[in-house]
Ligand binder design. Structure first.
Ligand SMILES: Nc1ncnc2c1ncn2[C@@H]1O[C@H](COP(=O)(O)OP(=O)(O)OP(=O)(O)O)[C@@H](O)[C@H]1O
Ligand SMILES: O=C(O)C1=C[C@@H](O)[C@@H](O)[C@H](O)C1
Ligand SMILES: [Mg+2]
Length: 191
């Protein structure tokens, strides 16, 4: 049975469905849902007084500073959890796709405080999804779509090693819709 004293953190490669699955699950479990990309937008607004979306922030600041902001967001989240700031229901948190580049994130994902779940999907399918809305900044320096795909595959391999290490368990999405994936996840955590 799911423990109420842990938050639930959803991790995985870009566009594997972290945010949509977390949103569905949050409704079922009646827990709040946060997403690091949105929390980062709020932090940027609080610090800079300017509303930008996370893609614009990434493009403006570059990867290193974006990653620093992402770490601040995660530290704030777990500080708030430790101080009881999420009373009465601990939230679900979906992470940005680039969190897997940061080993320090793993130190924050302590199994005592959170249940970490990995959503896995075939990188080829993910690249199709990503390309449909235009390549994000972290792939846009590639010469063409083939090079961008190779870069994505290389990154995915490295990130997956970390994600598998951090996760308590993983769900293989196998091109199923978000509802179905969320349902399997729900069954796993309520077992
Ligand atoms: N299981 C799925 N089947 C089909 N499309 C999906 C699935 N999961 C996500 N998508 C689509 O992929 C896009 C990204 O979904 P979502 O924001 O939930 O993913 P994410 O993992 O949070 O992405 P990011 O890493 O960019 O934060 C959306 O257009 C969504 O509709
Ligand atoms: O996969 C990535 O590197 C990223 C994914 C997004 O969620 C954002 O966090 C940002 O665009 C970086
Ligand atoms: Mg997301």
């Amino acid at each position: 049975m799911i423990r109420d004293d842990r938050s639930i953190v959803i991790i995985g490669l870009k566009h594997c469905g972290k945010s949509s699955v977390a949103r569905i699950l949050a409704k079922h479990l009646r827990r709040p849902h946060y997403d690091t990309d949105n929390l980062l937008e709020e932090l940027y607004f609080a610090e800079q007084g300017k509303r930008l979306n996370f893609r614009e922030i990434y493009a403006k600041l570059g990867k290193q500073r974006f990653d620093q902001l992402q770490m601040s967001v995660l530290k704030n989240f777990f500080d708030r959890q430790h101080s009881g700031g999420f009373w009465p229901r601990l939230p679900l948190l979906s992470l940005g796709g680039g969190a897997g580049d940061l080993p320090e994130v793993g130190h924050l994902l302590d199994g005592e405080n959170c249940l970490v779940v990995l959503l896995e999907e075939n990188p080829e399918l993910l690249f199709e999804r990503i390309s449909a809305t235009g390549l994000p900044s972290f792939l846009s320096d590639a010469e063409g779509p083939e090079e961008a795909f190779l870069k994505f595959c290389r990154l995915s391999e490295q990130r997956l090693v970390r994600y598998r290490d951090w996760a308590e368990f993983r769900i293989l999405c196998r091109d199923r819709g978000q509802e179905e994936v969320a349902l399997e996840l729900l069954q796993r955590i309520e077992r």
